[in-house]
Design a protein around this ligand. Structure first.
Ligand code: NAP
Length: 481
């Protein structure tokens, strides 16, 4: 299939200028191993230039009208939808995910832009009853200042819009550092922001391969007031430590180890349908991907058999080809982790119901493992691949204990037709998000995020804007003449 090149550029975007960089790096298509585009490998002084330009632009941008910022976002949103197909092709070219997943990502990612265009108008403060007649107290909300955003490769568009849209809505300039494997979608979004007439200096995209040096700069530069990061828990912890030097405001969307509980009273067909989305979207490379299926003993075989039938029918291939549902894994490291987790589980007694092997290169067979023991690596670490691991439980208490037996707390799913159990379990689960008889939980109007080591803060919803606002309390003294 021929892809349009209209929105593909290898130049970084700083202060309204497109920068070639003296050095470049290759963005490689995981489906073919071919180079999609050479991209500017920026130096740290160039990153500093972006920070200083962003700070400069903040002087006027913080005083801009809300209506102007809402319009900036609306225009960006419309351009994203007008270029939905091109953006989806870029996502597939650099991340490998199926075109169907990429088209879904454009809709999902763009929905945050529209949501925050609207929400920008609702940064309400409050009036607070003062203790005496001599005072009047109000609170107002103001943008936090220059924002650094660091994004992962698994949703090259949606993880960007979830950060940039609320920052712009709050009047905060943004320096975006996309993952070095997937910078092209971010650069395409910068082209669209430029076309939407965004003021110079409010949006920068800094590209490069030295993630730790760029991350250090963005988390320690005194002109940056807020850091928003999506990625692994290990890097999140490091950035948190580095940001402590200036007590920067932080949003961290980190790793997970999602349980998916199938109780004995569940609708098994609905559970399989939910499982297919919650586990196999983007070849299992999502932070909300199920990592552990906890299945009641009495329905274990029935659920395992229906899930295996559905998984065995998934079509694997180049994401740009018709009908493909599962693309390649992102890179060799990702593939090795999947292989290691499966070998370890099988060594410890798990049964392979389908899949279990590399097809070729970065393509891995969609896999179902049954009777995975609790001490398997897969029970503790995020696999980030197309592997469904099934564990058995006997009682509700045991299922809840197993679900919560992890340092992560991003999302949990469960299926049951007993309304009392649904409330009981939803409240007992330690996670920022719970899908009850539902495998699709992401939505721009809802607060997305985790507890425990899965992160701090929320993206989306009303609270998604609060992350980019500070509360100022103003006390008017009325005493005296
Ligand atoms: P990662 O290694 O932490 O990378 C994420 C981003 O951080 C990339 O842009 C990466 O750049 C950059 N990075 C790497 N080392 C850095 C450092 N020392 N300082 C600053 N930035 C650094 O994570 P990943 O394995 O690629 O991504 C998958 C992880 O993201 C999973 O754990 C997944 O659960 C999590 N995730 C969470 C959410 C959520 O909302 N909670 C959503 C999506 C993904 P390079 O790519 O150039 O190295």
């Amino acid at each position: 299939m021929m892809c349009t090149k209209e929105l593909i550029t290898g130049k970084a975007f700083i202060n309204g200028q497109w920068i070639s960089g003296t050095e470049t790096f290759d963005v490689v298509n995981p489906a073919t191993g071919g180079v999609v585009q050479k991209v500017a490998n920026l130096t740290i002084p160039q990153v500093r230039e972006a920070v200083e330009a962003a700070h400069h632009s903040w002087v006027s941008f913080k005083k801009s009208d809300v209506a102007e910022r809402a319009e900036m976002l609306e225009d960006w949103y419309k351009l994203m939808l007008a270029h939905k197909r091109e953006l989806a092709e870029i996502i597939t070219l650099e991340s490998g995910k199926s075109l169907t997943d990429s088209l879904g990502e454009v809709d999902y990612g763009a929905s945050f832009v529209l949501w925050f265009a609207e929400e920008s108008k609702r940064a309400y403060g409050e009036t607070v009853p003062a203790a005496t007649q001599a005072n009047r107290i109000v609170t107002i909300k103001q943008g936090v200042g220059v924002v650094a955003a660091i994004a992962p490769w698994n949703f090259p568009l949606a993880m960007v819009t979830r950060k940039v849209a609320p920052a712009i809505a709050a009047g905060c300039p943004v320096i975006l550092r996309p993952a070095s494997q997937t910078p092209l979608t971010s650069l395409a979004l910068a082209i669209l922001a430029e076309r939407a007439g965004w003021p110079v200096g409010v949006f920068h995209v800094v590209t490069g391969t030295d993630a730790s040096a760029m991350g250090y700069e963005l988390s320690t530069h005194p002109l940056i007031r807020k850091l928003s990061f999506t990625g692994s828990t290990a890097v999140g912890k490091l950035l948190m430590k580095q940001s402590a030097t200036q007590v920067k405001k932080l949003s961290l969307e980190l790793g997970g180890n999602a349980p998916f509980i199938v109780f004995e009273d569940a609708d098994l067909d609905a559970a399989v349908e939910g499982a297919m989305f919650a586990k196999f979207r983007n070849a299992g490379q999502t932070c909300v991907a199920v990592n552990r299926f906890l299945v009641a003993d009495v329905v274990f075989d029935a659920f395992a058999s229906r899930l295996t039938t559905a998984v065995a029918s998934l079509k694997v291939g180049n994401g740009l080809d018709d009908g493909v549902q599962i693309g390649p894994l992102i890179n060799r490291k990702g593939r090795d982790k999947v292989e290691k987790h499966i070998a370890d589980a099988v060594d410890k007694g798990a049964r392979v119901l389908t899949g279990g092997k590399v097809i070729k290169d970065l393509y891995y067979e969609p896999t179902v493992l049954a009777d995975v023991p609790a001490d398997a690596l897969i029970a503790r670490e995020e696999t980030f691949g197309p592997v469904a691991s099934l564990f058995r439980f006997k009682t509700e208490e045991e299922a809840i204990r197993m679900a919560n037996d992890t340092e992560f707390g991003l999302v949990a799913y469960f299926y049951s037709n007993d309304v009392r159990r649904c409330w009981r379990v939803a409240e007992a689960i330690e996670a920022g998000m719970v899908g009850v008889n539902e495998g699709r939980i992401s939505f721009a109007g809802a607060p997305f995020g985790g507890i425990k080591e899965s992160g701090i803060g929320r993206e989306g919803g009303r609270v998604g804007l609060e992350e980019y606002l500070e509360v100022k309390y103003i006390n008017f003294g009325l005493a005296g003449s």
